[in-house]
Write a protein that binds this ligand. Structure first.
Ligand code: GLN
Length: 261
């Protein structure tokens, strides 16, 4: 018998959210209807989802969505799955500008989470977002009806001659040979890996950011837990007021710096 309560008590990975997905019902429906028996079609759908999940496909790619900050985002294998750590960048940006106007650039936007969340919180900001991957940009565009200027191109190549008050990026920052990458094989490697020490893209962004920042503009980056010192060094030539932030796991995770006068 394939009734709901068997799955509610199952030790299969993500069995309950997968059941919610297969039946298109929420958790409270499952609890209230725990004697419901799945029909053949529902059982086939669920078995397929369970198989995919057991192969290691992340749940977000099966459901096609992931929550971030106060919104839900469409995600596909062309986009990184939003991480809760990245919400830190939103808090920092909101606190920095409060309700003041801001011309913002989100570099490497992926599914669009940073640009779209900030545009939603501050409808009067001028929000720009780039990605080198057209397919990712297509997902980002579907994730919003806000007036965001999406541009395709590699980092600053997408916005030649433009300047901003705040540049934010969650770039790839994992080292090439990091064993942790074997757990992330379903996500786009170009959004995760950045050369031998994980800093190739961050170096490029720090080097080119000054010519794309307005006077006293800010650069805000997410980075790996062990990269804070090196990034501080990279920033020192052209930036001051460097502020460092930990994520909710108390790991170094973000850095903010202001363009020198
Ligand atoms: N923080 C992500 C992870 O460790 C990596 C995202 C990134 O490289 N920007 O899974």
């Amino acid at each position: 018998m394939h009734s709901v309560h068997n799955y509610l008590n199952s030790r299969l990975i993500d069995s309950v959210p997968l059941l919610e997905l297969a039946l298109k019902k929420d958790h409270s429906w499952l609890i209230a209807n725990n004697d419901y028996t799945l029909n053949a079609q529902e059982k086939r759908t669920l078995d397929h989802l369970i198989k995919q999940r057991q192969k290691g496909i992340p749940f977000a790619y099966l459901s096609g969505t992931k929550g971030f900050y106060h919104l839900d985002f469409k995600v596909t294998p062309d986009t990184l799955i939003p991480r809760p750590e990245t919400e830190l960048l939103i808090d920092i940006a909101l606190d920095l500008f409060k309700k003041k106007p801001c011309r913002l650039l989100d570099l490497g936007t992926g599914s669009g989470i940073i640009a779209i969340t900030l545009a939603d919180k501050n409808p009067h900001w001028q929000v720009n977002a780039t990605d080198f991957c057209e397919k990712a940009l297509a997902v980002a565009r579907q994730n919003t009806n806000k007036n965001i200027n999406f541009q395709q191109g590699n980092w600053f190549d997408a916005v030649p001659n433009q300047t901003f008050d705040l540049i934010i990026s969650n770039p790839p920052y994992i080292e090439q040979n990091n064993p942790y990458l074997k757990d992330l094989t379903y996500e786009p490697q170009s959004a995760l890996v950045s050369g031998k020490d994980g800093l190739d893209d961050i170096r490029l962004i720090i080097k080119n950011a000054p010519k794309h920042l307005n006077k006293q503009g800010y650069l805000l980056l997410e980075h790996g837990y062990n990269q804070q010192q090196q990034i501080t060094q990279l920033l020192k030539d052209n930036f001051l007021n460097i502020r460092k932030y930990n994520d909710y796991n108390q790991q170094n995770r973000a850095i903010l710096a202001q363009l020198k006068l």
